[in-house]
Design a protein around this ligand. Structure first.
Ligand code: GLP
Length: 272
Protein backbone atom coordinates (compact mmCIF):
# COMPACT_ATOMS: atom_id res chain seq x y z
CA UNK A 1 0.00 0.00 0.00
CA UNK A 2 1.36 3.42 -0.92
CA UNK A 3 1.07 5.83 2.01
CA UNK A 4 1.15 9.57 1.34
CA UNK A 5 1.22 11.82 4.41
CA UNK A 6 0.41 15.48 3.81
CA UNK A 7 0.57 18.32 6.30
CA UNK A 8 -3.19 18.85 6.46
CA UNK A 9 -6.52 17.78 4.99
CA UNK A 10 -6.47 20.57 2.42
CA UNK A 11 -3.18 19.42 0.85
CA UNK A 12 -4.18 15.76 1.10
CA UNK A 13 -7.49 16.47 -0.65
CA UNK A 14 -5.75 18.37 -3.44
CA UNK A 15 -3.50 15.37 -3.93
CA UNK A 16 -6.53 13.08 -4.13
CA UNK A 17 -8.33 15.40 -6.57
CA UNK A 18 -5.23 15.37 -8.80
CA UNK A 19 -5.34 11.55 -8.99
CA UNK A 20 -9.01 11.75 -10.00
CA UNK A 21 -8.45 14.56 -12.51
CA UNK A 22 -5.50 12.76 -14.14
CA UNK A 23 -7.72 9.73 -14.71
CA UNK A 24 -10.67 11.78 -16.03
CA UNK A 25 -8.35 13.56 -18.50
CA UNK A 26 -6.74 10.30 -19.64
CA UNK A 27 -9.97 8.29 -19.78
CA UNK A 28 -12.91 10.69 -20.15
CA UNK A 29 -15.42 7.82 -19.92
CA UNK A 30 -13.93 6.32 -16.77
CA UNK A 31 -15.97 4.86 -13.89
CA UNK A 32 -15.47 6.50 -10.49
CA UNK A 33 -16.46 4.99 -7.15
CA UNK A 34 -17.47 7.76 -4.76
CA UNK A 35 -17.81 8.08 -1.00
CA UNK A 36 -19.79 10.28 1.37
CA UNK A 37 -19.02 11.64 4.83
CA UNK A 38 -17.01 14.71 5.76
CA UNK A 39 -13.69 13.27 4.56
CA UNK A 40 -14.10 13.57 0.76
CA UNK A 41 -15.71 17.04 0.92
CA UNK A 42 -12.51 19.00 0.22
CA UNK A 43 -11.66 16.65 -2.66
CA UNK A 44 -15.09 17.33 -4.17
CA UNK A 45 -14.61 21.08 -3.70
CA UNK A 46 -11.30 20.87 -5.57
CA UNK A 47 -12.85 18.82 -8.40
CA UNK A 48 -15.59 21.44 -8.74
CA UNK A 49 -12.92 24.15 -8.93
CA UNK A 50 -11.04 22.17 -11.59
CA UNK A 51 -14.26 21.79 -13.58
CA UNK A 52 -15.12 25.50 -13.37
CA UNK A 53 -11.64 26.99 -13.77
CA UNK A 54 -9.78 24.39 -15.81
CA UNK A 55 -12.63 22.86 -17.79
CA UNK A 56 -12.26 19.37 -16.30
CA UNK A 57 -14.95 17.51 -18.22
CA UNK A 58 -17.21 15.01 -16.45
CA UNK A 59 -19.77 14.64 -19.24
CA UNK A 60 -18.82 11.03 -20.02
CA UNK A 61 -17.94 9.91 -16.49
CA UNK A 62 -20.02 7.23 -14.74
CA UNK A 63 -20.13 7.09 -10.94
CA UNK A 64 -21.15 4.50 -8.35
CA UNK A 65 -21.54 5.44 -4.71
CA UNK A 66 -20.62 3.06 -1.95
CA UNK A 67 -23.75 3.10 0.16
CA UNK A 68 -27.09 4.58 1.24
CA UNK A 69 -29.18 4.60 4.41
CA UNK A 70 -32.20 2.32 4.37
CA UNK A 71 -35.51 4.11 4.69
CA UNK A 72 -34.40 7.51 3.40
CA UNK A 73 -35.84 8.71 0.11
CA UNK A 74 -33.47 10.27 -2.42
CA UNK A 75 -34.69 13.76 -1.46
CA UNK A 76 -34.23 13.33 2.30
CA UNK A 77 -31.61 15.94 3.34
CA UNK A 78 -29.44 13.27 5.03
CA UNK A 79 -29.65 10.76 2.20
CA UNK A 80 -26.37 10.09 0.44
CA UNK A 81 -28.08 10.93 -2.88
CA UNK A 82 -28.75 14.45 -1.56
CA UNK A 83 -25.23 14.67 -0.18
CA UNK A 84 -23.78 13.87 -3.59
CA UNK A 85 -26.10 16.27 -5.44
CA UNK A 86 -25.37 19.18 -3.10
CA UNK A 87 -21.63 18.59 -2.64
CA UNK A 88 -20.63 17.43 -6.13
CA UNK A 89 -23.02 16.50 -8.92
CA UNK A 90 -25.01 19.76 -9.04
CA UNK A 91 -21.77 21.66 -9.74
CA UNK A 92 -20.37 19.46 -12.52
CA UNK A 93 -21.43 18.76 -16.10
CA UNK A 94 -22.03 15.12 -15.21
CA UNK A 95 -24.86 13.20 -16.88
CA UNK A 96 -27.42 12.51 -14.11
CA UNK A 97 -28.16 9.11 -15.67
CA UNK A 98 -24.54 8.17 -15.17
CA UNK A 99 -24.62 8.69 -11.39
CA UNK A 100 -25.55 5.55 -9.43
CA UNK A 101 -26.37 5.37 -5.72
CA UNK A 102 -28.09 2.45 -4.00
CA UNK A 103 -31.80 3.07 -3.37
CA UNK A 104 -32.57 3.24 0.35
CA UNK A 105 -36.26 2.76 -0.40
CA UNK A 106 -36.01 -0.34 -2.60
CA UNK A 107 -38.88 -2.76 -2.08
CA UNK A 108 -36.85 -5.86 -2.80
CA UNK A 109 -33.33 -5.27 -1.45
CA UNK A 110 -32.01 -8.63 -2.54
CA UNK A 111 -32.90 -7.90 -6.17
CA UNK A 112 -31.74 -4.29 -5.89
CA UNK A 113 -28.31 -5.29 -4.56
CA UNK A 114 -27.92 -7.88 -7.31
CA UNK A 115 -28.82 -5.27 -9.91
CA UNK A 116 -26.37 -2.75 -8.42
CA UNK A 117 -23.53 -5.27 -8.76
CA UNK A 118 -24.67 -6.03 -12.31
CA UNK A 119 -24.69 -2.32 -13.20
CA UNK A 120 -21.09 -1.96 -11.97
CA UNK A 121 -20.15 -4.99 -14.04
CA UNK A 122 -21.98 -3.70 -17.15
CA UNK A 123 -20.19 -0.34 -16.82
CA UNK A 124 -16.88 -2.21 -17.08
CA UNK A 125 -16.03 -2.14 -13.36
CA UNK A 126 -14.83 0.73 -11.18
CA UNK A 127 -11.57 2.34 -12.32
CA UNK A 128 -10.92 4.39 -9.20
CA UNK A 129 -12.69 4.06 -5.85
CA UNK A 130 -12.46 6.84 -3.27
CA UNK A 131 -12.90 5.68 0.33
CA UNK A 132 -13.19 7.28 3.74
CA UNK A 133 -12.82 5.24 6.91
CA UNK A 134 -14.98 4.87 9.99
CA UNK A 135 -13.36 5.33 13.41
CA UNK A 136 -13.63 1.53 13.87
CA UNK A 137 -11.85 0.92 10.57
CA UNK A 138 -14.88 0.23 8.37
CA UNK A 139 -15.09 1.10 4.68
CA UNK A 140 -18.45 2.01 3.14
CA UNK A 141 -20.81 0.49 5.73
CA UNK A 142 -18.88 -2.77 6.07
CA UNK A 143 -18.93 -2.85 9.83
CA UNK A 144 -16.47 -4.98 11.87
CA UNK A 145 -17.16 -8.66 11.23
CA UNK A 146 -18.26 -8.13 7.62
CA UNK A 147 -17.03 -10.89 5.36
CA UNK A 148 -14.01 -9.77 3.38
CA UNK A 149 -15.61 -11.37 0.32
CA UNK A 150 -18.97 -9.63 0.83
CA UNK A 151 -20.99 -8.11 -2.03
CA UNK A 152 -23.57 -5.31 -2.08
CA UNK A 153 -26.14 -6.09 0.61
CA UNK A 154 -28.01 -4.80 3.66
CA UNK A 155 -25.92 -4.16 6.74
CA UNK A 156 -26.88 -3.36 10.34
CA UNK A 157 -25.02 -0.30 11.63
CA UNK A 158 -22.99 -0.59 14.84
CA UNK A 159 -23.75 1.66 17.81
CA UNK A 160 -20.36 3.34 17.20
CA UNK A 161 -21.33 4.30 13.62
CA UNK A 162 -24.77 5.43 14.78
CA UNK A 163 -23.10 7.61 17.42
CA UNK A 164 -20.58 9.01 14.89
CA UNK A 165 -23.35 9.98 12.48
CA UNK A 166 -25.88 11.24 15.03
CA UNK A 167 -24.61 14.82 14.55
CA UNK A 168 -26.06 14.88 11.02
CA UNK A 169 -29.48 13.65 12.12
CA UNK A 170 -29.91 15.64 15.32
CA UNK A 171 -29.79 12.66 17.67
CA UNK A 172 -28.90 8.97 17.74
CA UNK A 173 -32.53 7.88 17.71
CA UNK A 174 -33.02 9.50 14.27
CA UNK A 175 -30.15 7.64 12.57
CA UNK A 176 -31.32 4.75 10.36
CA UNK A 177 -30.39 1.30 11.71
CA UNK A 178 -29.65 -0.30 8.36
CA UNK A 179 -27.77 0.65 5.23
CA UNK A 180 -27.32 -0.85 1.80
CA UNK A 181 -23.62 -1.00 1.03
CA UNK A 182 -21.14 -2.30 -1.51
CA UNK A 183 -19.32 -5.26 0.02
CA UNK A 184 -15.63 -5.49 0.80
CA UNK A 185 -15.34 -7.92 -2.12
CA UNK A 186 -17.03 -5.40 -4.43
CA UNK A 187 -14.60 -2.68 -3.36
CA UNK A 188 -11.57 -4.95 -3.80
CA UNK A 189 -12.53 -5.44 -7.45
CA UNK A 190 -12.01 -1.73 -8.23
CA UNK A 191 -8.89 -1.22 -10.34
CA UNK A 192 -7.50 1.40 -7.97
CA UNK A 193 -8.49 2.68 -4.51
CA UNK A 194 -7.68 5.86 -2.66
CA UNK A 195 -8.26 5.72 1.09
CA UNK A 196 -8.56 9.15 2.72
CA UNK A 197 -8.29 9.86 6.46
CA UNK A 198 -8.02 13.10 8.38
CA UNK A 199 -7.79 13.88 12.08
CA UNK A 200 -6.47 12.20 15.22
CA UNK A 201 -9.77 10.34 15.71
CA UNK A 202 -8.84 8.26 12.62
CA UNK A 203 -5.26 7.50 13.72
CA UNK A 204 -5.98 4.12 15.35
CA UNK A 205 -8.08 2.99 12.37
CA UNK A 206 -5.31 3.98 9.95
CA UNK A 207 -2.65 2.22 12.04
CA UNK A 208 -4.74 -0.98 12.08
CA UNK A 209 -5.51 -0.69 8.37
CA UNK A 210 -1.99 -0.01 7.12
CA UNK A 211 0.22 -1.79 9.64
CA UNK A 212 -2.11 -4.25 11.36
CA UNK A 213 -3.17 -7.74 10.32
CA UNK A 214 -5.78 -8.33 7.64
CA UNK A 215 -8.95 -8.96 9.61
CA UNK A 216 -12.70 -8.71 9.19
CA UNK A 217 -12.67 -6.76 12.48
CA UNK A 218 -11.10 -3.82 10.56
CA UNK A 219 -12.62 -4.12 7.12
CA UNK A 220 -10.32 -1.45 5.62
CA UNK A 221 -7.37 -3.79 6.35
CA UNK A 222 -8.59 -5.95 3.44
CA UNK A 223 -7.13 -3.21 1.22
CA UNK A 224 -3.71 -4.75 1.98
CA UNK A 225 -4.78 -7.50 -0.44
CA UNK A 226 -5.55 -5.02 -3.23
CA UNK A 227 -3.01 -4.51 -6.00
CA UNK A 228 -3.17 -0.70 -6.14
CA UNK A 229 -4.15 1.33 -3.09
CA UNK A 230 -2.99 4.80 -2.13
CA UNK A 231 -3.70 5.87 1.44
CA UNK A 232 -3.61 9.66 1.72
CA UNK A 233 -3.75 11.07 5.26
CA UNK A 234 -2.96 14.21 7.12
CA UNK A 235 -0.34 14.32 9.89
CA UNK A 236 -2.92 13.71 12.62
CA UNK A 237 -4.39 10.56 11.04
CA UNK A 238 -0.86 9.25 10.39
CA UNK A 239 0.10 9.90 14.02
CA UNK A 240 0.26 6.23 15.10
CA UNK A 241 2.05 4.81 12.04
CA UNK A 242 5.39 3.25 12.94
CA UNK A 243 6.92 3.12 9.45
CA UNK A 244 6.44 6.80 8.55
CA UNK A 245 10.09 7.37 7.66
CA UNK A 246 9.95 4.56 5.12
CA UNK A 247 6.74 5.88 3.52
CA UNK A 248 8.49 9.25 3.10
CA UNK A 249 11.47 7.47 1.46
CA UNK A 250 9.13 5.75 -1.00
CA UNK A 251 7.54 9.11 -1.88
CA UNK A 252 10.96 10.68 -2.44
CA UNK A 253 11.89 7.85 -4.81
CA UNK A 254 8.53 8.16 -6.55
CA UNK A 255 9.04 11.91 -7.13
CA UNK A 256 12.51 11.31 -8.56
CA UNK A 257 11.13 8.64 -10.87
CA UNK A 258 8.34 10.92 -12.04
CA UNK A 259 10.88 13.72 -12.66
CA UNK A 260 13.01 11.32 -14.73
CA UNK A 261 15.92 11.54 -12.24
CA UNK A 262 16.74 7.87 -12.62
CA UNK A 263 20.48 7.99 -11.95
CA UNK A 264 19.90 9.44 -8.46
CA UNK A 265 18.02 6.22 -7.71
CA UNK A 266 20.87 4.08 -8.98
CA UNK A 267 19.00 3.04 -12.13
CA UNK A 268 21.56 2.43 -14.87
CA UNK A 269 24.52 2.84 -12.44
CA UNK A 270 27.10 0.13 -12.04
CA UNK A 271 27.05 -0.40 -8.29
CA UNK A 272 29.71 -3.09 -8.20
C1 GLP B 1 -19.85 6.45 7.10
C2 GLP B 1 -19.75 6.19 5.61
C3 GLP B 1 -18.31 5.89 5.21
C4 GLP B 1 -17.39 6.99 5.73
C5 GLP B 1 -17.51 7.08 7.25
C6 GLP B 1 -16.61 8.15 7.83
O1 GLP B 1 -19.77 5.28 7.82
N1 GLP B 1 -20.57 5.10 5.20
O2 GLP B 1 -18.21 5.78 3.80
O3 GLP B 1 -16.07 6.71 5.35
O4 GLP B 1 -18.85 7.37 7.56
O5 GLP B 1 -17.22 9.40 7.77
P1 GLP B 1 -16.45 10.78 7.93
O6 GLP B 1 -15.71 10.98 6.64
O7 GLP B 1 -17.52 11.80 8.12
O8 GLP B 1 -15.54 10.65 9.08
Amino acid sequence: MRVIIELDAELASRRCARFVADLVRKEPNCVLGLATGSTPLLTYRELIRMHKEEGLDFSQVTTFNLDEYVGLSSVHPQSYRQFMQVNLFDHLNINPNGTNIPDGRALDFEAHCRQYEQRIHDAGGIDLQILGIGSDGHIAFNEPGSSLGSRTRLKTLTSETIRDNARFFGGEDKVPRLAVTMGVGTILESRRCILLAFGAHKAAAIRDTVEGSVTAQVTASALQLHREVVCICDEAAAGLLVRRAYYAEVERAQSLLEAGERTQLGIGNQLG
